[in-house]
Every structure is written in structure tokens, then in C-alpha cells.
Design a protein around this ligand. Structure first.
Ligand code: FE2
Ligand code: FE2
Length: 195
């Protein structure tokens, strides 16, 4: 399963992304825990390989949203490369973030050890903004790609909760951000059946 999803991810990546720096980015992903990391500690895809799986689901959803929206003209609006970059790479902020550990839990009066993922932030740069920072270290994002990845959490973003209006300004001016947020939600709540 992990190997199959890794191959699928690399196939979509190679078929669609030709930008300078892509090989270095791919090497970074392969050396990191990206292909074995979970997508969350307990909510969705909280298992080995979950992050890669979630990224593929988000890419598929983003592609179908844009194709549905623009029909046969979709490639004049967004390139297949932009869709792959946003879908596949929006959650690179989760690399080296979830650490497998054991905790004690009382079940029927007995203490047992159960595995779980704990969060350990080594680069406290936020969420979407952290993904943009990591990706831009390898390949140059367009303004709309950077904004879409930056704001992919939509209204769940802490900056929005703190009163920022930049999200709605971004959604109004750069629809790709709205499509990526929607794709992320559909992947999480429909494809992965977040509990
Ligand atoms: Fe995310
Ligand atoms: Fe996501």
C-alpha cells in the first residue's frame, strides 16, 4: 500500500511537474518521512503512508473541481503542473512532524501500552505558509500557487481565527485557493471519511 501510493505520487509528480528544482524536491521527499508519515495524529489518514495518500486524494479532487468548473477550457485557466504542485505538495508542512510513540491507556481496569502519533514541531512556521516556505526552497511557485497553498486551510487557519481578512481577499482574487481548500475538505471528509 505505501509503495503503491508512493509510485502513484511519483507518477503524477513526474508526468506533470517540469519546473527547475523538481528533482531536488523529489530527492528531499524521498529522504524525508513524507511517504510513511500519517496525514494527522488521529483525525484523518492517521496511519503510515496517510500523508501521501491524502495528497493524492487532494490532487484528484482539485483536478476534477477545475475540470468541472471550466469544462474543455480548463487548461487555459490552470496548467496541469499548477494542479499537481498544489494538490500533491500543499501539506509538506507535515514532514517530520508526527512521531510514532507509545502511551499508557487503561482498558477494562488494566493499563496497556498503545501506539499513537505525537506532534513535534521543529520548524514553527505555521501550516500553509510553512508548506510554501519548504517548496520555495526547491522550486519557484507562481503567486497564485503560493497563495493557494498558503491559505489551503480556509477558515480553519489560525490567522483567520485571529481576525485576518486576507483569506477572503485571496478567495475573491485567486479562485485556485478556494478550489484547493475545497479539494482538501473533500479529500479529508469524503474520501478519507474523517471521524
Ligand atoms: Fe493542510
Ligand atoms: Fe491537506
Amino acid at each position: 500500500m505505501i509503495e503503491k501510493n508512493k509510485n502513484k505520487f511519483i507518477e503524477i509528480f513526474d508526468d506533470n511537474i517540469q519546473r527547475d528544482g523538481k528533482e531536488q524536491l523529489k530527492e528531499y521527499l524521498s529522504k524525508s518521512d513524507f511517504f510513511i508519515a500519517p496525514a494527522s495524529s488521529k483525525y484523518h489518514c492517521a496511519f503510515e503512508g496517510g500523508l501521501c495518500m491524502h495528497s493524492i486524494y487532494t490532487y484528484n479532487r482539485l483536478l476534477s473541481i477545475i475540470q468541472n468548473e471550466y469544462k474543455e477550457d480548463w487548461q487555459q485557466k490552470y496548467s496541469a503542473e499548477t494542479i499537481a504542485i498544489c494538490g500533491l505538495l500543499h501539506d509538506l508542512c507535515k514532514i517530520e512532524y508526527y512521531k510514532a510513540d507509545l502511551r499508557n491507556k487503561k482498558i477494562n481496569g488494566e493499563w496497556v501500552q498503545e501506539p499513537y502519533y505525537k506532534c513535534e514541531e521543529v520548524l514553527p512556521y505555521g501550516h500553509g505558509e510553512k508548506s510554501v516556505y519548504i517548496i520555495n526552497g526547491f522550486l519557484r511557485l507562481t503567486r497564485e500557487e503560493a497563495l493557494a497553498i498558503n491559505w489551503h486551510m480556509g477558515g480553519f487557519d489560525y490567522r483567520v481565527k485571529g481576525g485576518s481578512f486576507s483569506l477572503s481577499e485571496t478567495f475573491a482574487k485567486f479562485p485556485l485557493a478556494l478550489y484547493l481548500h475545497t479539494a482538501d475538505l473533500l479529500a479529508t471528509y469524503v474520501d478519507e471519511k474523517r471521524g
